[in-house]
Ligand binder design. Structure first.
Ligand SMILES: [Zn+2]
Length: 108
């Protein structure tokens, strides 16, 4: 077994787990529920981690994770073409009027 990834943001851990799952790389999460225990454990001990069950996948997995981390997070802000409100890139729908981002060609 080998630790491949760790991050204090649990959604990042799930993203990496999903990435590995999608590529049929056997993996599991350690410390998934340990966050609440910070204070008793050192923060480093409590950080969620993604582990490979089989470390022969290590090179492939690091490569995938490196590529994954290169993809910019979806943070490009966009302007709704219906109400002209500005939206966070992570919003699929306009926060103001519910218009879909995909109908908006107006990326900033
Ligand atoms: Zn709108």
């Amino acid at each position: 077994m080998k630790k491949i990834y760790w991050h204090n943001e649990r959604f990042r851990i799930y993203q990496i787990k999903q990435l590995l799952d999608d590529n049929q790389i056997p993996n599991f999460i350690k410390n998934e529920f340990a966050i609440g225990a910070i204070g008793e454990l050192s923060p480093l001990d409590a950080m969620p981690e993604v582990w490979l069950t089989d470390e022969t996948w290590y090179d492939k997995a690091t490569q995938l994770i490196a590529q994954f981390n290169l993809v910019p997070e979806n943070t490009a802000r966009w302007v709704c073409n219906q109400c002209q409100e500005e939206n966070e890139g992570s919003f699929a729908l306009c926060w103001n009027c519910g218009n879909s981002a995909s109908t908006t060609a107006n990326e900033l």
